[in-house]
Design a protein. Sequence first.
Length: 638
Amino acid sequence: MLCPLGADGDGWPAGAGAVGPADVAQPAGLGGLAGGAGSAAAAGPSAAVALGDAVELGDAAAVGGSVGPVILATDLAAAVREHEQRGDVRWVWADTAEVYPALLAAGIRVERCHDVALTERLLLSREGAAGQPSYLAAAAARLHGRPVPPASRPAASDGPQPSLFDSPETPQDGLAQAAARLGDLVAVHAGQLTRIAAGPQPGRFGLLVAAESAGGLIAAEMSAAGLPWRADVHDQLLTDLLGPRPAGPVGPAGPRPARLADLAARISAAFGDGRPVNPDSPAQLVRALAADGVQVTSTRFSVLREIDHPAIPLLLEYKELARVHAAHGWSWLDTWVAAGRFRPEYVVGGVVSGRWATRGGGALQIPRTLRRAVIADPGWVLVVADAAQLEPRVLAALAGDQAFAEAAAAGDLYTALASAFGGDRNDAKKALLSAMYGGSGGEAGQLLSVLRRRFPQAYNFVETAAQAGEQGRTVSSVLGRTCPPPSQAWRSLAAGSADPDGGPDLGAGRAARARGRFTRNFVVQASAADWALVLLASLRRRLNTMGDGPPAGADRAGADRAGADRAGAGRGSSGWAGPHLVFFQHDEVIVHCPAAVADQVVAAVDDSAREAGRLLFGATQVSFPMTTAVVDCYADAK
DNA sequence: GGTCGGGGCGCG
DNA sequence: AAAGCGCGCCCCGACC
């Protein structure tokens, strides 16, 4: 069932659709980001609501109000494909993560969408209602003053709808449910547009909503495409480090590989009383060291390294190898790599700052040593691009600090700032990190006072954010993503300290400072996440114009899953014919593309970085250079 | 038997 | 050199 909205329901508040942020001189920005409408955004791309399949609906009146003509469809995928081919559609749907993977499996990509759940969460945070459920049914219930239904899926965070329909008894029931759900969708969408328009800086927030929704699409597309991963290379790497793969059960419970077993035995033997010590157990290690007269407060690598004891060198080696085995060993390989691809599940906005998280597979913690296994398909390359010194540059732009911005205009930021710190690049770096993270120990204090003197606006910007946090207020990113309010426990603690009879305020002061560090960092980290998200959306749009895009249809997608590990000539084994995103990690992206278009992709990355800077910060002097490498193997980048 | 917090460490 | 921010995931061991 499809329901294209009329031109006046184009998905944007009038002001935001036509222009970028009022104080950002980039009129065409939103439309461009959102999918290629460019300045035509003012005319309004049509939008549509996608709900389910095999359901017929009478007419627009049935779902209430301001929607355009209703199109009957018996096949969601086919209908979406048809509308996409006509172009100029923004799909409005409840939850990209729920709807889009099936479309991708059928070989269909969409240009843009409005994700109601992601948008709801952004709005709730801004409205001081963070933590309330953001799925469609909950949003609709709030809108209509009904009791909010419980999430019917065991909430991983804020769980999406379990399914499109609740197993209708009859086709008529199915129709009724679908109609109700579509009504909810239309109403909640309209309500969201109103809330965006009524809030502060609707242009910026609209950009955030567009970028977040694009992020939803990209996350699903990257999961579908997968990161090229050579299981044979990974296996060889493990064998070189750990010895041959042990026979027996796959999984953490399995036997230690030869090298780890050998080290474990020698570690036990190196202790005085000769009894077995499990090197995986910090408690046992502390006891065993104590028995030999060595007192330690922890068994961290950095602590152990300073200790003189025969077991230590073995232990350090063991810890390093055991980590690889446990986190990214054969068990991981069996679980997460199939048909030459690693397919993590990304969680858009999984971090309060707007950074992404992943579920399973630890995709955002791939150790450097294992990046050897990330190898482009034959004839293809990886374009690995990361934003150089993103967070301090974002701070420079946020604060509008002229002197700082000049230093961040080009080249290495820390080098440019070095003269202010007596010519030492490391001092400049330390001072900035301390300012952004709230560090105070060691020489940080001294360096901070230099920063304060030379770059007062940048210093004051993070200082103000820290004070807001300490006082229990919230802070926001440049596009308006808002941090969570303090917990009830925090408030009680803070209130207690103000009470003369409240006893010692030890905890209160510590909690206040901790929250200050959080909000101090939030404004920078979240704004950097804004930037990265806009970069990603912009890059996706550019890449889509360069190749013939996604696999042509379900047949191909099915065939790929069936396991063609190696690519045929000219087409990656994912079946994607053109450049496509395969990885995103905070400030770094990887594009998998035919070697012949690598130069174009590099240019697209640079253009996207410029566009992101312009959309967020307008005519700032600050530049956001990308460090880009074109490689066969991820490990060869930087 | 399962759950959960802590220690530790990978990434940005 | 580490620390100050944000995560996910492993193992252990206390606990129910």
